[in-house]
Design a protein around this ligand. Structure first.
Ligand code: SF4
Length: 377
């Protein structure tokens, strides 16, 4: 039977809230809440020991801001976690860090516990754009964090980039891309700024208090980012992700390949066999309530599974392996989706060769509209 080899842990604490962010996090300096939260995380993982593999291939600690936990809580979390799981050979263990607040002491701690990948929330190298995004770090903080991590031996670092920031010009984007390339990370996640409902940026954009970059320019910026990173030796392997050779994010690839994973902590989602479940967005409830295994569980129908397989798989530039689809569902993608994908194959938006179905790289910027049109009813 399939078992879970990939673990996500959500740390829902930030020093301040960025106005564009829709991840669940709260701003508190109260270490007792954070300590209690860590204890509950360790209780939560324990109750899933029957479905978690004895050999874990990837762990991802994200947030929020994981380094907003004090050193003692981080040590408790990592000790408790590694007492309960065993990392498989060749594992990937990522922690997200905020360049404005992570200290050398905490980076050392991560290294000592076997964390071998860092994801740095850099976003842009221009002070003015960082301010627009409500980020509290400076461009120098990114250099400091990156160089300290390198000095400590981290040889797999992701830098996050946000583009289409209000006021951004092609020249300011080029400036940031050049700085990114100068640091020479192994991986870059490049996201177009999104105005998620419920965020401060969304409200301000509705009130026209924030001037969004227009759609055509956003596409130009996206194309420019792809071209620039390609010229610097990064492979574009997923809509928003670029990596040096053999440095793709295994944790995320597992999700796009429809693999099982468990999410621990507030707002974390899990997927296993036919089920998805998720924890609510509430630190207080998470700390106070007795655990209910598989909260908010839903069962996926066969059609749901096929649709999710397509949605996730087409995010990758390599697309979907026809053989894997066939092995998973017992019939061919062509049989299941021909009526839906026919017109996109004819106009060359989608490509079906002898082994894969994938998006024409030139049409990747309209992924959303193509995918929403080809899902089964
Ligand atoms: S630091 Fe990260 S998780 Fe926290 S509010 Fe900002 S973008 Fe969101």
């Amino acid at each position: 039977m399939e078992i879970i080899e990939n673990v996500y842990i959500h740390i829902p604490f930030c020093d301040s809230k960025c106005p564009y962010c829709d991840f669940y996090s709260i701003t508190t300096q109260d270490n007792s809440i954070k300590n209690k939260y860590v204890s509950k995380l360790l209780e939560e993982i324990e109750q899933y020991c029957d479905i978690i593999s004895p050999n874990i291939r990837s762990v991802y600690i994200g947030g929020g801001t994981p380094n907003s936990l004090d050193a003692l809580s981080l040590e408790n979390l990592l000790t408790g976690l590694l007492n309960q799981i065993h990392l498989a050979e060749g594992y990937e263990f990522t922690v997200e860090v905020n360049p404005g607040s992570v200290t050398e002491e905490k980076l050392k701690l991560f290294k000592e516990f076997g964390i071998n990948r860092l994801s740095v929330g850099s976003q842009t190298f221009l002070k003015k754009e960082l301010k627009t995004l409500g980020r509290t770090h400076s461009p120098q903080d990114i250099f400091r964090t990156f160089n300290t991590a390198r000095k400590l031996g981290f040889n797999n670092i992701n830098l996050d980039l946000i583009f289409s920031i209000p006021g951004q010009t092609i020249n300011s984007l080029i400036y940031t891309l050049n700085k990114l390339a100068e640091l020479d990370p192994e991986h870059i996640s490049a996201y177009m700024l999104t105005y998620y409902e419920g965020t401060e940026f969304y409200r301000r954009s509705v009130k026209k208090d924030l001037i969004k970059i227009v759609d055509d320019i956003e596409v130009e910026y996206y194309d420019f980012v792809k071209e620039f990173l390609g010229s610097k030796g990064f492979e574009h392997y997923e809509l928003s992700n670029f990596s040096k050779k053999n440095k793709m994010s295994n944790h995320n690839l597992n999700t796009w390949n429809f693999g099982a994973y468990i999410g621990l902590g507030t707002s974390a989602h899990s997927f296993y066999l036919d089920s998805r479940w998720f924890n609510d967005n509430n630190v207080k409830n998470y700390i106070d309530l007795k655990f209910n295994k598989y909260p908010n569980r839903s069962t996926l129908s066969l059609t749901d599974k096929k649709n999710e397989y397509i949605m996730l798989g087409l995010r990758k530039t390599s697309g979907i392996s026809l053989e894997n689809y066939n092995n998973f569902f017992g019939n061919t993608i062509d049989f299941d989706f021909r009526k839906k994908i026919g017109k996109y194959l004819e106009n060359n938006y989608l490509i079906l060769d002898e082994s894969r179905l994938y998006l024409n790289p030139e049409k990747i910027n309209i992924y959303n509209s193509i995918v929403s049109d080809i899902l089964l009813d």
